[in-house]
Design a protein around this ligand. Sequence first.
Ligand code: NAG
Ligand code: NAG
Length: 149
Amino acid sequence: MDNIFISYLCFALLVSVVSATYSDCGSTLGTVSAIAVTDCKDSDAQCVLRRNSNVTIQISFVPNKSIQQINAVVHGVILGVPIPFELPNSDGCKDSGVSCPLQEGQTYTYSTTLPVLKKYPRVNVEVKFELQDQSDSDVTCSMIPSKIQ
Ligand SMILES: *[C@@H]1O[C@H](CO)[C@@H](O)[C@H](O)[C@H]1NC(C)=O
Ligand SMILES: *[C@@H]1O[C@H](CO)[C@@H](O)[C@H](O)[C@H]1NC(C)=O
């Protein structure tokens, strides 16, 4: 096992609220209740993102205030360096299963699909997935330890 993996594991154990795999990185206007990633089980230490495939990420959460609009902001963190990832659809109110505006205290399940391109390197990556409100505040912030394969 390498050090990065061990760090991920310690980090996940310390701050995880959802499962062993996912951790929270500062959800402020909401609480995440569940995360689901294609072919990834809660017991997996890392989610395997297969190249040349589409991966669907679902985040269930409860806003603690009413929110006009949400946008998805995604980074791939490789060796601690966050690299912006352009989602095909970053509008969290469109084709995401979430209808805007969002009401306080209600459970929403956001869903998006992203392509894992064949040209991506085979690396360990933490997917930092944020749903932000109209003023760029984090409704949810989740870290998904992953491995591109
Ligand atoms: C929502 O919760 C966060 C902390 O989890 C807090 O900072 C914020 O003030 C809360 N907002 C409301 C409207 O309760
Ligand atoms: C991923 O989804 C897009 C849009 O639906 C589709 O065009 C593409 O062929 C899919 N890629 C793979 C590898 O399945």
